[in-house]
Design a binder for this molecule. Structure first.
Ligand SMILES: Cc1ncc(COP(=O)(O)O)c(C=O)c1O
Length: 389
């Protein structure tokens, strides 16, 4: 059978692959610690569960408008108007089945076959595949730094890039573009006129002062060419509920809404009511508790990793990942390294190749203190033994 070229050229998600492999080994009884998780290891806040139960009891279990229930779109508009000092209305908002779905929908509106899309490196695994699915071409920054600069954007735009997906805090590095850097990025976006999909899914897990620097704060006049992507998955430990938000100019939302209407229709009605509860502020105690736990674990893992010979890393300023480079004379193949680390060292991690970097591995600190401590011990012994050489 002949399958469509774009669809059959898509690659699977390496993060899911390595996560599944570590889980399978553990389930088979092997002594495995897994730092592969891309999700909070906390339960969903009670307010969301109660709202979902109530929605079911009240029969809110049928189709909703495909863009999402109006109360939730309004709540999102209100909350993120405050975050970005804008006056968003429900017309600026679409609710989808997770932030991943929001990105895919918004991307589909702006990428035609052959269009170039700039992806800062390291990038989240799904971006290049999402671009490829639409027949677009991913291009990467000219400079090799871990954070994109305005000049990278100018060069890419001069070479034909029409847009960019921006992700700060970044998965996998946990790094954040400083206010100064975001200003520089915003200036280049303005100058070149490219569109931006700003993937802000980790915005509430920022360990610096105040709010994470944002393109719209740096230059509010960019609001028509920037789509903000956010959601409840990471902030409220709601990855399984599949609710994400896109906030953008009404035309972009309207076209994306048609794509959604002809594909998935509305996201799960019950999940939307659960999301409404947390977006409206009924789970702030849990949000802050989880935030504090992640911040403390970030410090714990970094303090432990500081003592490990053979790696270099920058302390993450957001999300729940740390992204060390393995320093050896010959360099490493990150997939071989992660496989050996799992099989011989009993530690599950994700290879940097999944995020566009060779030589790196991603460790998630969405794990207990004892798992984090044991994981770093295992990494250290593995490096000392040189099992990967
Ligand atoms: C950078 C980034 N964007 C988007 C998502 C997707 O979030 P959701 O689970 O809401 O689809 C993830 C999830 O891992 C992510 O890491």
């Amino acid at each position: 059978m002949l399958y469509a070229k774009n669809a059959s050229s898509l690659e699977g998600s390496a993060t899911l692959l390595y996560t599944a492999k570590a889980a399978a080994m553990k389930a088979a009884g092997q002594d495995i610690i897994s730092l592969t998780a891309g999700q909070p290891d906390f339960p969903t806040p009670k307010a969301a569960i109660d709202a979902a139960k109530l929605a079911m009891d009240q029969g809110k279990t049928l189709y909703t408008p495909s863009l999402g229930i109006s109360e939730l779109r309004q709540a999102v508009a209100t909350r993120w108007s405050k975050v970005h000092n804008q006056n968003f209305s429900p017309a600026n908002v679409m609710v989808s089945c997770g932030a991943k779905h929001s990105i895919a929908n918004m991307l589909e509106v702006v990428v035609s076959p052959g269009d170039k899309v700039l992806l800062p490196k390291p990038f989240w695994v799904s971006y290049p595949q999402m671009v490829r699915r639409l027949g677009g071409i991913s291009v990467y920054p000219q400079s090799s730094g871990m954070l994109i600069t305005g000049d990278d954007i100018r060069v890419a735009a001069a070479q034909g890039a029409r847009g960019m997906i921006f992700n700060s805090p970044c998965n996998p590095s946990g790094l954040v573009n400083s206010a100064e850097m975001v200003k520089d990025v915003a200036a280049a976006v303005k100058e070149t006129g490219i569109w931006v999909i700003s993937d802000d899914i980790y915005e509430d897990l920022y360990y610096g002062e105040g709010q994470v620097p944002h393109i719209l704060t740096a230059d509010p006049s960019l609001r028509d060419q920037v789509a903000v992507i956010t959601g409840v998955s990471k902030t409220y430990a709601m990855t399984g509920w599949r609710i994400g938000f896109a906030i953008a100019n009404p035309e972009w939302i309207k076209i994306a809404g048609r794509i959604q209407a002809h594909s998935t229709s509305n996201p799960c009605s019950i999940s939307q009511y659960a999301a409404l509860a947390v977006v409206s502020g009924f789970a702030e105690t849990e949000r802050i508790e989880m935030y504090n736990a992640f911040k403390r674990r970030r410090d714990l893992i970094c303090d432990l990793l500081e003592k490990v010979q053979g790696i270099v890393f920058e302390k993450p300023q957001g999300a729940f990942y740390v992204y060390p480079r393995i320093v050896t004379e010959k360099g490493i193949n990150s997939e071989d390294f992660c496989l050996a680390l799992l099989e011989k060292g009993g530690l599950g991690t994700i290879p940097g190749s999944a995020f566009g970097n060779e030589g790196y591995i991603r460790l998630s600190f969405a794990a207990s203190d004892s798992d984090i401590t044991e994981a770093v011990k295992r990494l250290n012994s593995f490096l000392e033994r040189g099992d990967f050489k």
